[in-house]
Write a protein that binds this ligand. Sequence first.
Ligand code: ATP
Length: 343
Amino acid sequence: MSDRVVPVSLAELERRAASDLRPEADHQGALISCERVVRIFTADGVEVQALRGLDLEVERGELLALVGASGSGKSTLMNILAGLDAPTAGSARVAGFDLVDMDADARLSYRRDVVGFVWQQTARNLFPYLTVRQNVLLPMQLNVGRSRRRGRSRRAARAGELLDLLGVAHCHDRRPDRMSGGEQQCAAIAVALANEPELILADEPTGELESDAAEQVLAAFRTVNEELDTTVVLVTHDRTVASAVRRTVAIRDGLTASEVLRGSAVGDDGAEAVTAREYATIDRSGRLQLPQRFTEALAIGRRVVLGLEHDHITVRPGDGPGGADDPPDTSPAAGNPTPQEAS
Ligand SMILES: Nc1ncnc2c1ncn2[C@@H]1O[C@H](COP(=O)(O)OP(=O)(O)OP(=O)(O)O)[C@@H](O)[C@H]1O
């Protein structure tokens, strides 16, 4: 073997130095991977299980909505994904960062470079005494590592491009109090994007907006997702927003319960129509939550009887009204396993 030293270009050394700043990322797999995430809060000696073993995978480039009743755990999950809080147990990884075991430096690097956040309250997203352009420039100026690589004129150009992309270039020299709520949220998205994060998280970004402004903000998220290929996860109570994205995941009692996938199909008349299908999700332990409206409709109580057919599983009321007189087909010919086997 030869000992000859192969010269390395400056550009290659810079690339290696930049990649050394990040933990080894799995660029093939999901951007977000949560497995059995538990978050327990203790308040006044009482334990609250906000997340009870939640599983969630989000691929790079997705635009995903999280929905769920108040108290179901959405904000808790968002805070964990934002690196503001850590799970009590389970595993949560984003872009190769282990959110459970991050040291302070990794957490800082994660929050600065990997993730951008948009809050519901417009006042929380923008500094009121700075113009919109200054608000967008600030995260770039504070990001010492990247700022060194990106000079003043490139930072200014990026701020201009982002405001343009989000349709608020006309507000660049205004302070937030001279902008509409929708414009403020679009500017907030520009701020969140300043350091080129792979992921934008938004907790109820349209919660304080009228419907026109909410549509403007949703359109801005779509643009970001489609044109910059940034992954977007947003929490919403707004049905219009939830039904306008390709994938909506419902959280119930600290677990992912179901999800709706939307696509498009060409009908017999040749017209393209939006299709939507709801799926129940099965966690890594094989647990499945039955939708409340199903269990209520059949007065299903605490037990169900499962049956395995050749291409589906039946779930019948096992106790309570409507269940007791309806025994399942347990014949060996039907290949029915016990409920334990089925799970
Ligand atoms: N810091 C905390 N201390 C104690 N309990 C908390 C804390 N944060 C959240 N919780 C509790 O955890 C559960 C989940 O709260 P979370 O805010 O994640 O729900 P959510 O789905 O975002 O609700 P909402 O839609 O109302 O914002 C709730 O029971 C809440 O009271």
